[in-house]
Design a protein around this ligand. Sequence first.
Ligand SMILES: CC(C)(COP(=O)(O)OP(=O)(O)OC[C@H]1O[C@@H](n2cnc3c(N)ncnc32)[C@H](O)[C@@H]1OP(=O)(O)O)[C@@H](O)C(=O)NCCC(=O)NCCS
Length: 186
Amino acid sequence: MADDTFLAHGPRVAIRRITVRDHAEIDALARASAALHVPWVPRWEHTPDSFAAYVERFDHATHKGFVICLHETGAVVGGVNINNIVRGTIQSGSLGYAAYAPTTGRGYMTEGLRLVMAYAFDDLGLHRLEANIQPANVASIRLVERLGFEREGYSPRFQYLDGAWRGHERWAVTAEMALGDPRDAG
Ligand SMILES: CC(C)(COP(=O)(O)OP(=O)(O)OC[C@H]1O[C@@H](n2cnc3c(N)ncnc32)[C@H](O)[C@@H]1OP(=O)(O)O)[C@@H](O)C(=O)NCCC(=O)NCCS
């Protein structure tokens, strides 16, 4: 059964797992946010069925999907996925995230992504999170810089988005960096 309890709270937002019941709200938000999202993330094209298949992906250990909600109202203000989780000696996952047009630029993503980072390191036991970001995506680079990520390098032709293979900068944070731990030896 879908679990919609909050996993963590910040001053203004809380995070919970995405569920199939979020379809109508996210569908309306994503349609209103096309100008904000394209070409940075895949174009929103979900039907209720394809959304259910998308959410089902997060039942697997390799993918976790979260929504960021205002705790006063429960309204969804953003989403964060941890994709392609690798365990063993790597313990890393790849982030995907998006704000929505009605509530972007208010600090909700910074607060929500910080909660997801803490959950990933403390509850999921991950050691590293990476974000692959197109160099022109200034808002996204500013977001991860604020949260302590460092630029590791550049991957040419990394992801097919909006009709082209687009190069991405690879940004990452480890648990030690996020905690400001001096044991971070690089
Ligand atoms: C990248 C993205 C998620 C960033 O979202 P965002 O809304 O800018 O992030 P926040 O909610 O944390 O808002 C931060 C901004 O709000 C401002 N802000 C306003 N009021 C604030 C408050 N009370 N507290 C904190 N910040 C506040 C901050 O100054 C900051 O602006 P700045 O970056 O110009 O300095 C968003 O631009 C987006 O969805 N882009 C399209 C999808 C995308 O690119 N995804 C990532 C692919 S790599």
